[in-house]
Design a protein around this ligand. Structure first.
Ligand code: NIG
Ligand code: FE
Length: 418
């Protein structure tokens, strides 16, 4: 199978030698090759360039030529933070919010994550997988070409492992990069548990199994008041590290109390949410960004939008040269959408990111925030052709300007239209 895309209005994120990620101040310099062509063979990007360098077609055999006049080609979206495996919608809680309750009040009454956990514990692994498969296919159809998926709705050791096995099955079925994160410390389960006893239980009983069976690429904790504090988060990250597992952590969603520093000092790959950030947090992330081992700052604007909460101050982060990533946080409670186009649109409209910054955050930096830069996030020779093609646009700002339209016309995974 050979494909030639010609007359592409802009080939975005295409590199001869891709950098691993872009620091805050570099994100706006994401390359756009204007009036370009792209050649794909057997699902792999073999070459690209500008139309004035195009040599013409010598061999027409089995070649599909696509005229991309007016359209942009981008690396498929890299969604580095999702909770895509879950049992049921929580639209009833959404209605309660419309009727006046807050997200935190609903959680305090045993709803929220605990509600999702009750439903997930009762659901079979096969049924969970069937639903997760459909959701992943849907995400891919909107342009997602790599994804991180968390456990965290099991809240028993057994149900957490069930979730991780579902993610492992997705990894086996799909060719796109998928990363699994063990988030047993998502909420303190019902019963006699405290944050401390639950964390100790997870470290002693579940983490060794997760590590031995290679079920997770990362650990995560909801480091937040009323969930898991600094002590529990630190002990989880230390235990994970003794098993050779790094972390991606939910932190600073509602409160600032030192979680960012803890995560950075523990070499977390990313800190996610950050709707609340102190100047010390930004200094800490800036310091890490200056090293060869940054901690990515992942903003989740779909969650801010859906909960009516503050947006992550990405400009402060980018000004400090911190590499920023964008992700959906897809989950039934705080962000029920897997559509990365919505996230990019919100990043531009609500966080005032430049379109190139938003795209960089949702591609090259998203890939780096889940350590799959070698396989995703850029257009480069020898890489899988996980590429999306927009409908005709005046410019990349139309990703947000035409806010009622779907920007993506076609999505290709391994060169195959989805
Ligand atoms: O990232 N904040 C913690 N966890 C999820 C929401 C979980 C839920 O409400 O089900 C989040 O927003
Ligand atoms: Fe989340």
């Amino acid at each position: 199978m050979r494909m030639l895309w010609k007359n592409i209005k802009g080939l975005v994120g295409a590199y001869d030698a891709p950098p691993p990620y872009l620091k805050g101040g570099e994100m706006r310099s994401l390359p756009v090759l204007e009036h370009a062509w792209l050649a794909i063979e057997d699902g792999v990007i073999v070459d690209f360039g500008t139309m004035d360098t195009f040599q013409g077609i010598a061999d027409w055999s089995g070649l599909e030529v696509m005229d991309c006049e007016g359209k942009y080609a981008l690396p498929a979206w890299c969604d580095s933070h999702t909770h895509l495996v879950f049992a049921a919608s929580r639209s009833n809680e959404f209605l309660s919010r419309l009727e006046g309750k807050s997200y935190q009040e609903i959680a305090a009454e045993g709803g929220g994550i605990l509600n999702s956990a009750r439903a997930l514990q009762a659901m079979s692994e096969a049924d969970l997988l069937a639903d997760a498969r459909n959701r992943l296919q849907q995400a891919i159809r909107t342009g997602t070409g790599s994804i991180e998926i968390k456990s965290g709705y099991g809240l028993t050791a057994e149900a957490e492992l069930k979730m991780l096995r579902v993610i492992r099955a997705l990894k086996e079925e799909f060719t796109i990069p998928i990363k699994a994160t063990f988030l047993a410390c998502h909420a303190v389960p019902e019963g006699e548990w405290t944050a401390a006893t639950w964390t100790a239980h997870i470290i002693d009983q579940a983490l060794p199994v997760v590590a031995n069976e290679g079920l997770a690429d990362y650990v995560d904790a909801f480091c937040e008041k009323g969930y898991f504090g600094l002590e529990e988060t630190q002990s989880l990250l230390d235990a994970a590290s003794s098993h050779g597992i790094l972390s991606k952590v939910h932190v600073n969603q509602f409160n600032v109390f030192g979680g960012v520093k803890l995560c950075v000092n523990s070499n977390a790959v990313s800190v996610d949410h950050l709707e609340e950030l102190s100047s010390e947090d930004i200094e800490t992330l800036k310091y890490a960004a200056d090293s060869s081992n940054p901690t990515f700052a992942t903003a989740l604007p779909g969650c801010s939008y859906f909960l009516g909460m503050p947006y992550t101050p990405v400009h402060d982060l980018m000004k400090a040269d911190v590499p920023v990533a964008l992700a959906t946080d897809f989950n039934p409670g705080s962000a029920p959408s897997s559509n990365m186009n919505r996230v990019v649109q919100l990043a531009i409209l609500k966080m005032k990111m430049h379109p190139l910054e938003a795209i960089a955050a949702a591609t090259i930096n998203g890939a780096a925030a889940m350590e799959c830069s070698e396989r995703a996030g850029v257009i480069a020779r020898g890489r899988a052709a996980n590429v999306l093609l927009t409908r005709p646009l005046n410019g990349l700002e139309d990703l947000a300007y035409d806010f009622g339209e779907e920007p993506v016309e076609k999505v290709f995974i391994d060169g195959i239209a989805q």
